[in-house]
Design a binder for this molecule. Sequence first.
Ligand code: FAD
Ligand code: SIN
Length: 535
Amino acid sequence: MSIVCDFLVIGSGIAGLSFSLEAAEKGEVCLVTKRAIEESNTRYAQGGIAAVLAEGDSFEAHIKDTLIAGAMLSHERVVSLCVTEGPARVRWLQEQGAQFDKAHGAGEGSDLDLHLEGGHSARRIAHTADMTGREVERALVAAVRAHKNIRVLEEHMAIDLITLAKYGGPEVCAGAYVLDVATAKTETVLARETVLATGGAGKVYLYTTNPDIATGDGIAMAYRAGAECANMEFYQFHPTALFHPQAKNFLLTEALRGEGAVLRTTRGHAFMKAHDPRAELAPRDIVARAIDYEMKRTGAEHVLLDITGKPPGFVEERFPGIYAECKRWGFDLANEPIPVVPAAHFCCGGVSTDLEGRTTIPGLWAIGECAHTGLHGANRLASNSLLEGLVFGHRAAIAMKRAESRQIPDVPDWDAGEAGTSDEAVVITQNWDELRRLMWNYVGIVRGNKRLRRAARRIALLQEEIAEYYWNYFITRDLLELRNIATVAELIVGCASARRESRGLHYTLDYPELDQKQARDTVVKRGVPAYLRGR
Ligand code: FAD
Ligand code: SIN
């Protein structure tokens, strides 16, 4: 039996939740999410949401900062609309119950305390201490759970999109096949409109700040269904993740550097000024590359982040979550420099969309980190991601509310064919490790033609094995995630190979200079190798 709804939303981060709340005013929403509803990248966001909220700040300044960080590849129209719609979206979040820190001495409903982060020319980051994502997720989940028009299916993982072209119809998306993880049964969810809000793909790399859900499922599903994807070579590495074998690359927010934290080599030398006049507050691509350079130069396994110069109590009060987490791993952030390394953090590319989140397949939309809207260009400005999820969640909901209703077709249920139970699950762990390691070593912060060719060859081999396993055995969440990170890896390597210059996050030893003629997006579609397309 199929589940039928008006809007199928895949993913419960800031984009999926905020979209659902608005769309539910028009029709029935079915929200599927592959783990508990709160589990998402959103939940772990520390720094906050960038928006022009202070008197001395301006839309022009936020637009300029975004374009500079994006190495002039961002789409100006998208930047302008995200920035100008930002303040209203932050207020909407407050109306949903999210509490942001207030400026000292400010009264009820008045000024927010705003943080400064790298690449920003003004304080404009609204935050809840250093646990902004947790507060945003809390407020939105509570509102979603209270809404009678939203049905939530937790522990349900979308496997693939249903496109009518596959059944001899027009190229329209009509929902998705979804794995109920508890029963291992596959359900057919049919919808008038299907929205991908599946977040990023940090797990494609060995070291990442992202939680386990970040396996690029939406991007991989859209690509398999024939949708266009773009700019996948621009994977952002956050400069400062905690270096500790068991800490799973816990993030140390950029706001620490905004408050004066200094990056030092293990011998104590402050090195950022030698790399960029903006020093610790240069955009992330520059800081991450500088750290990579210093680690390679000195042979050290990490560098140090030092915020010991602050008055007593400052760090504990302003960054309570990070202070406590560092303590848990044996470090006193207020009184000693902390070992840090860069780690994969944010996918700037994704499924291509228009200004309202429509993909190139009718009936299929993409919002949040899985989408490529054009906002981030070659490098995302800090704290512009939660902003993008909110703005596009809202814009897509408005567009869908205005659109005419599509018919819900009848499609066959999932066919498991001759699949059996596997006694070789080790294939999954082996390929999972190999893929993530090769992406880290060959397609990381610094790239080159030879490394990209090596990576492409190995990914193709791994994909062959994964496909064989996929068709012969019953599917599991682990297998689906492995298949998806392999697809995302293929797209990153394909796009990186097509770009013959260094720009923003894509730095290659073979083409170290920026080339104005390549100020174009890289597009890729199933059956069409990646290429740069003019605007
Ligand atoms: P997510 O919040 O990642 O949600 C994706 C959802 O999709 C999850 O619920 C997941 O379970 C679900 N899902 C995925 N695949 C499937 C599937 N196949 N089937 C069903 N469900 C699926 N950005 C900022 O702007 N400011 C910050 O301060 C900030 N700090 C960050 C700190 C950390 C540690 C990290 C990791 C990221 C940070 N970011 C920050 C980035 C930002 O958090 C994310 O880009 C943003 O939250 C993405 O939101 P989203 O709704 O698109 O996806
Ligand atoms: C951080 O707090 O440093 C992360 C902010 C972001 O990823 O935008």
